[in-house]
Design a protein around this ligand. Structure first.
Ligand code: GDP
Ligand code: MN
Ligand code: MN
Length: 251
C-alpha cells in the first residue's frame, strides 16, 4: 500500500470543483481511495459561517455560560445536533447526520478570520458527488472517504476518522474467518474506513501543510455497491457507552 498527497491544491472557496482539482493534479488509478479532509468539502459547499449571523436561544445561553463560550457558538452547535450526550465539561453531541463528536465538528482552523467551518451536511453525498465527478473526468472507478479529525474516548490524541464514504464499505467483516490456529472469529469487524483515514491524516497533518487530499493506493476495497458511513454507526439500542454517558450527565 502506498499513500501520497495531491500537490497544488489551492485555498478552497465556495463553488470550487474538488473532483476537477484532484484530477488536474494527480494521475489516479482504478481502486484508489481518495481521502479528502471535510474542511475543504465544507468550504467548497459554502458551509462556512460567521457568529454575527446567529441569535442565541435560552439553552445556548446556559451552555455558553457553563463553558465560558460565545453563546452564538453554542447555538451553532445546538443547531447541528440532534442530541447533546454530555454537556459538561465537554460538549459531546450526535450531529443531525449521526456522527458523534465534540462541538458538532465546527472548526475554526484553516478557515478565514472570523469564519467557522461546518462539517458537510451529508458527507456520504459529498463523497459520492466527488467520486462520480472523478469517474466522469477520468473513467476511473475510485473509492472516496471524507474525513475529520476526532478524539477518542479512552486515549489522549486525535486521529483522522471517516465521516462519509463512497464505493467502499467502512467495515470489513472478519466474522467466520479463521485465525492462525483455525479458531473461527466471532466478533471482529475492522473499521477500515477509519484506518485509511488515519493513514491519510498522517500526511495531511492538522496545520498549515496545505494537504487536504491524500491517495491511498494498493488496497482492494473498492465496491460497486451504494455504501454509507451509517454502516459503521452503532444502532442506538446497542450503544451501551452512550447509554452510560446519558446517565452521567443527569447526575
Ligand atoms: P479537517 O481534519 O477536515 O478539520 O481539516 P484540517 O483543518 O485538519 O486540515 C487538513 C489538511 O488540509 C491540512 O494540511 C491543512 O493545511 C489542509 N487544508 C485545509 N484547508 C485547505 C485548503 O483550502 N487548501 C489547501 N491546499 N489545504 C487545506
Ligand atoms: Mn475538523
Ligand atoms: Mn484535521
Amino acid at each position: 500500500m502506498e499513500v501520497f498527497t495531491v500537490e497544488n491544491v489551492p485555498l478552497i472557496k465556495e463553488g470550487d470543483d474538488i473532483a476537477d482539482i484532484i484530477c488536474k493534479n494527480c494521475d489516479l488509478m482504478g481502486n484508489d481511495v481518495v481521502v479528502i479532509a471535510s474542511t475543504i468539502v465544507a468550504k467548497a459547499k459554502g458551509m462556512v459561517f460567521k457568529l454575527d449571523d446567529i441569535v442565541a436561544g435560552d439553552e445556548a445561553k446556559i451552555l455558553a455560560k457553563k463553558h465560558d463560550l460565545d453563546e452564538r457558538f453554542t447555538q451553532a452547535i445546538l443547531d447541528r445536533s440532534k442530541e447533546v450526550i454530555i454537556d459538561f465539561p465537554i460538549i459531546l453531541v450526535d450531529t443531525n447526520n449521526g456522527h458523534t463528536c465534540i462541538k458538532a465538528g465546527i472548526d475554526d482552523s484553516n478557515v478565514g478570520d472570523g469564519f467557522l467551518a461546518d462539517l458537510p451536511e451529508d458527507p456520504d453525498a459529498s463523497a459520492r458527488m466527488i467520486g462520480e465527478g472523478i469517474e466522469k473526468l477520468t473513467g476511473k472507478k475510485v473509492s472516496v472517504i471524507v474525513t475529520d479529525t476526532n478524539g477518542r474516548a479512552f486515549k489522549i490524541g486525535q486521529t483522522g476518522i471517516a465521516i462519509g464514504v463512497h464505493r467502499i464499505h467502512p467495515i470489513k467483516n472478519w466474522i467466520g474467518k479463521k485465525d492462525l490456529f483455525g479458531k473461527v472469529l466471532q466478533i471482529t469487524e475492522e473499521a477500515i474506513a477509519d484506518e485509511i483515514a488515519g493513514a491519510a491524516n498522517l500526511l495531511m497533518g492538522e496545520g498549515d501543510g496545505g494537504y487536504p487530499v491524500a491517495i491511498v493506493r494498493g488496497l482492494e476495497f473498492y465496491s460497486d455497491d451504494e455504501t454509507s458511513i451509517q454502516e459503521m454507526y452503532r444502532p442506538g439500542k446497542e450503544d451501551i457507552i452512550k447509554k452510560g454517558l446519558r446517565c452521567l450527565s443527569k447526575v
